[in-house]
Ligand binder design. Structure first.
Ligand code: NOJ
Length: 767
């Protein structure tokens, strides 16, 4: 690295600082923000243009993850890089490629400020772990943390030091394709998973070469887009915003997440990127967040289409005033901020604050000490795709599988002597199981189900794909062309199912049918798959349905007819091995659904923590009338509730006890019960505790998850499990516009899903 003005200047400032007398020095050591001092010194020698440059992020030269803006050609990007007018790049990857752009920033610009390099490391990097929704089904926080840590290890070896993850948007609408990227519908589970992912990516020391900055996104409300259509309008009330949408973002902040991304949607009339309430009031002021906020791709400019900004200059002004610190691909800051300051429309203090936040994170990453520490070609060779990463991906994949049905114990399969038909295009697919958001992974790198089954050679497998699920080769940027015309292979598949001991049908969605821009109005099995399932079932009832999908599906018919159903999501690189190990019982599944499965699309939004309404059931009124909250054609119950999932063993819950039936605001309450493994296999159970606040200033849901634990038991073994409730557990955003626990009556529920089996009453006294 050249010795430039920056190095010399900062050394001088540090010398002056070290010259303080000891007493004063001690005081400053305990109270002073050293990085803040470095940032301030640096800002003092930066020109306005250089500071604005830090707030400018450009996409790289190959992959795009959004619509390309006008005038953003490579020549301009290089010119701006050399002029010190770029603070960050995304979608540049590989140690050599990153080094090349970093060298420009460090060696060729006046101050040599390194770039921060962002990338969507959403579920693994090149070695893919299950899609985030699937990982969330594990409810295994340690495993999820390790998975994020492994992703950071691999991505950092390819030059990346910042991931645009975790996505912590709560969603209740499976039509929205991006549910695959989140932790499902519940704010409590979502918060715990947000913390685990942030800690996994960032580790204990962000300045290490193998940890990367995380980004909580999309702030806020994106998961509540109307009718599940991506980028659509969001209009939610205060209670939903604070009690459901905000908690995982707050949890990420408390876990030390260093960056946030705002969202494409408007929230109650104001686009998130230009939303002062969200960014300045809630995040930066109330929550004290001192990292930086990056806009989503082009979201500043999109405020023109929203009808909020009149042009890109206005968009820049609104965005900065509202607290967006870095511009991703809108070219709004780089083109207009200098003028806005000179015209007196923007106070330079806002620029200093935004640029300072970005520089702070760069210091924390240790980029000023060694800008090339993520660009080590030897490390890249050793790390990317190594065995440890594959072992980790397999472990996470097994933990993510949810057993939805297992009548007559068709599963686990015997390891020898069976004639098995494997049916479905997806069974032989080595790309779809990688899921969406996998830009760095190569097509064809997943272990297919057929390959996984190949590890159990003592059964006889006949494979028939049935009709091809899709046409052509689906990619990340275009719609998947689902085959609805070419039925060839249909009869052959039905014939293959005849006279077999078991039929494994691998059906679902292609990996690119969920993800950004992939909303669907129909959640049934696409193409000819449902017809094929029914035809096969007619000739052989011993069907095991293995589902691969990025969202809850409406599989009512399958639930009523097919004896065994395994939810295998999109499990990443090790997909087929994980599925085979579960089917053969080498791994006993313990996953639980993080999102409700509907009976049909008309039930959506459907979620377990609904409000009771004034007319919850016919029995409360006149049983013979229609005047209660229901549908005439389908019940209110879901197909599979939140928290649901089976095991090859069974569990019994009993002996629920409370330490007392009332407690004071400064006290606690202990809830205990006995869990027994009543089946024949060792297994893990996710025990869950829910509460209900019966009467409150602002109505509360019928159930709210407040605790869970993974308990492993050998057959016949029992364990006493306990949870502690304190007033913090009972807090919610009340009608007084603050988080508080209101004294009164509560219920506590225990069970292996949100359809709980034990319950008790207690109260919180006022003092
Ligand atoms: C748009 C997506 O909404 C966001 O999640 C992603 O991080 C950026 N594109 C960058 O790829």
């Amino acid at each position: 690295m050249k010795i430039n003005i920056l190095t010399t200047y900062c050394a001088l400032v540090m010398l002056l600082f070290m010259g303080c007398n000891t007493k004063q020095k001690h005081k400053m050591n305990t109270q002073t923000d050293h990085i803040g001092q470095k940032v301030d010194s640096l800002l003092r020698i930066m020109t306005l243009e250089e500071k604005i440059g830090q707030m400018n992020q450009y996409n790289g030269f190959w992959n795009v993850t959004g619509p390309s803006p006008e005038g953003g050609d490579a020549a301009l990007k290089y010119k701006h890089l050399e002029a010190g007018l770029v603070g960050s790049m995304l979608n540049v990857r590989g140690a050599a490629e990153v080094r090349a752009v970093q060298e420009i920033a460090v060696e060729k610009t006046r101050l040599g400020i390194p770039l921060i390099i962002g990338f969507d490391v959403i579920h693994g990097y090149k070695t893919l772990t299950p899609i985030p929704l699937a990982e969330s089904a594990s409810w295994d926080l340690e495993a999820i943390k390790t998975s994020a840590k492994n992703a950071a290890i691999e991505a950092s070896a390819e030059g990346i030091n910042w991931t645009f993850a975790p996505m912590v948007d709560i969603s209740r609408d499976a039509r929205w394709g991006r549910v695959m990227e989140g932790a499902g519908e519940d704010p409590f589970l979502g918060s715990r998973i947000a913390e685990a992912r942030v800690k996994g990516f960032q580790g204990d020391d962000l300045s290490q070469y193998n940890t990367i900055a995380a980004c909580a996104k999309h702030f806020a409300g994106y998961g509540f887009s109307e009718a599940g259509r991506d980028y659509n309008t969001v209009d939610v009330g205060t209670s939903t915003l604070h009690n459901i949408i905000f908690p995982p973002f707050k949890a990420a902040t408390d876990a030390g997440v260093r960056t946030f991304m705002n969202s494409f949607n408007e929230l109650n009339g104001i686009p998130a990127t230009g939303n002062t309430f969200l960014q300045r009031e809630i995040l930066k002021k109330d929550w004290g967040f001192n990292g930086f906020i990056v806009s989503d791709w082009g979201s500043m400019r999109e405020m023109i289409a929203h009808g909020h900004a009149v042009d890109n200059e206005h968009a820049a002004e609104l965005s900065l005033k509202a607290g967006s610190d870095m511009d991703m691909e809108s070219y709004a800051y780089i083109r207009h901020l200098v003028k806005l300051v000179k015209d007196g429309k923007i106070d330079e203090a806002l620029i200093n604050d935004a640029a300072g936040r970005i520089l702070r994170v760069k210091y924390e990453l240790g980029l000023f000490d060694d800008p090339y520490k993520y660009c080590d070609l030897d490390r890249e060779k050793d790390i990317v795709g190594n065995k440890d990463l594959h072992d980790g991906a397999l472990d996470m994949a097994k933990k993510s599988i949810v057993l939805l049905k297992n009548e007559n114990q068709l599963l686990p399969l015997k390891k020898q002597g069976l004639n098995i038909a494997v049916i479905g295009d997806l069974a032989n697919d080595k790309t779809s199981p990688l899921g969406s958001w996998r830009i760095a992974a190569e097509d064809g790198t997943a272990i297919s189900v057929l390959e996984g089954l190949g590890n159990y050679p003592n059964n006889n497998i006949t494979y028939a794909s049935g009709p091809k699920l899709y046409k052509g080769i689906p990619d990340f940027t275009t719609e998947v062309d689902i085959n609805t015309t070419d039925k060839s292979g249909f009869n052959e598949a039905v014939n293959a199912a005849k006279n077999k001991d078991v039929v494994l049908m691998v059906l679902g969605e292609h990996g690119f049918q969920s993800g950004e821009g992939r909303s669907r109005t129909n959640l049934e099995l696409p193409g000819f798959q449902q017809e094929l399932l029914e035809a096969v079932y007619k000739v052989n009832k011993n069907v095991v349905l293995v589902l691969m999908n990025g969202r809850p599906l409406a599989i009512n018919w399958a639930d009523q007819n097919i004896p065994s159903i395994v939810e295998a999501w999109q499990l990443g690189t090790q997909s087929g091995h994980a599925i085979a190990q579960v089917l053969y019982g080498d791994y006993n599944p313990s996953g639980k659904l993080p999102m409700t499965f509907p009976k049909n699309i008309g039930q959506i939004p459907i979620y377990y923590n609904y409000k009771n309404t004034g007319r919850p059931s016919p029995s409360d009124h006149d049983a013979n009338t229609v005047f209660w909250s229901h549908y005439g054609d389908v019940g209110n119950e879901p197909l599979y509730e939140f928290g649901y999932g089976l095991s090859y063993t069974t569990f019994k819950y009993e002996n629920m006890k409370l330490s007392s039936n009332a407690f004071k605001p400064d006290g606690t309450l202990e809830v205990s019960f006995t869990l027994t493994n009543t089946g024949n296999y060792e297994g893990k159970e996710v025990v869950q505790m829910y509460i209900r606040d019966l009467f409150a200033s602002s109505t509360r849901p019928v159930k709210e998850l407040k605790g869970f634990e993974l308990v492993n038991l050998k057959p016949g073994a029992s364990k006493t499990v306990s949870f502690t409730i304190d007033s913090k557990t009972l807090e919610f955003y009340s009608a007084n516009n603050k988080w508080e626990a209101e004294p009164g009556d509560f219920k506590v529920f225990i069970g292996g899903s949100s359809n709980t089996v034990l319950e008790a009453d207690f109260s919180l006294s006022s003092n």
